[in-house]
Design a protein around this ligand. Structure first.
Ligand code: GTP
Ligand code: MG
Length: 289
């Protein structure tokens, strides 16, 4: 698991920082460096001010335990449980390279292990030719069906077909890949809204979830991505990937605190089994290591 490093920084802060106001200022800077984001950093330092007053805290342990309480109340988790009696459609979104396709394979493997359900994968990233092949390779490795069309075809049509085809075969779980990049952002948003509209009407009785993938190593960029996708189509859950490569990971705090979005899984490596249910307690402990 990633060493998030806030605890280490806090230790250094106590060694070097002054007392009182100087401490709070350095503390805010430290949080911003840890990808917590300026506005949540200020909220957290205000909480410490309320608790420890103008003279500041005496030691790292009391700050850690206060932070643990406050951050735990900000961070939200989402249960990845699905109802096996109902059709579930997971549409996986995110900018290019964050780990969407890999996460789809991991999630498919997860639902097979935990629910004995074989997903149907839908190759909705038709923008990049290699994306379809990549999903097909995962499908072959996992022994799971992949519904796909030609590169350049309409992603909404591909996902629509996947839902039909899964229904015809009695498959209850559809996991759809989407493109993370278009010619420009406006195009991407329009495309996603079109897919969303079609899936929503096609799957009125299904449990339809929009899952955003955020790369933990991208820092506050991840926050802006969450904001953008949430405004475009409304996000239900987030998967935080590459947590194994991140020295920070604080972006989840600002995403939950500011946008109210919950996390369902974290990706901790490149193997199918490197996917864990998101645990707020574990996350906060790790953040404060
Ligand atoms: N270390 C680590 N690497 C990951 C994780 N998740 C994905 N990756 C790697 O990140 C790279 C990009 O992953 P993809 O799944 O192709 O990302 P994508 O979002 O589908 O990318 P595009 O299709 O180009 O938009 C690959 O090399 C993955 O193996 C993770 O949790 N940890
Ligand atoms: Mg991909």
């Amino acid at each position: 698991m990633a060493k998030a490093g806030l605890g280490e920084r806090l230790k250094k802060l106590f060694n070097k920082s002054g007392k009182g106001e100087d401490f709070y200022e350095d503390f805010e800077d430290m949080l911003i460096e840890g990808d917590i984001g300026a506005s949540v950093a200020m909220e957290l330092s205000d909480k410490l001010r309320e608790r420890f007053g103008r003279k500041g805290p005496d030691n790292r342990d009391e700050v850690s335990s206060e932070l643990k309480t406050v951050i735990s109340s900000m961070i939200k988790s989402a249960d990845p449980a699905i109802d096996p009696g109902k059709t579930t459609i997971l549409m996986v979104l995110g900018v290019n390279g964050v780990g969407k396709t890999t996460s789809i394979a991991k999630i498919a493997d997860f639902y097979r292990r935990e629910y004995s359900i074989d997903a149907v994968l839908s190759a909705g990233d038709t923008f990049r030719a290699a994306a379809i092949d990549q999903l097909k390779i995962h499908g072959e490795r996992l022994g799971i069906r992949v519904v796909h069309q030609q590169p350049g075809s309409d992603p909404a049509a591909v996902i629509y077909d996947s839902i039909e085809s899964a229904g015809a075969q009695g498959s209850k779980l559809i996991i759809a890949d989407t493109a993370g990049r278009m010619h420009n952002k406006a195009n991407l948003v329009k495309e996603l809204q079109k897919i969303d509209k079609i899936v929503s009407s096609k799957a009125a009785d299904a449990d339809y979830r929009k899952i955003l993938v955020i790369d933990a190593t991208t820092g506050q960029n991840g926050f802006r991505q969450a904001e953008m996708f949430n405004e475009a189509v409304g996000i239900d859950q987030i998967i935080l990937t590459k947590y194994d490569s991140s020295a920070k990971g604080g972006v989840a705090v600002s995403i939950s605190a500011k946008l109210g979005l919950p996390f369902s899984f974290i990706g901790t490596g490149e193997k199918y089994s490197d996917l864990k249910r998101f645990s707020p307690d574990e996350y906060v402990d790790n953040l404060l290591l």
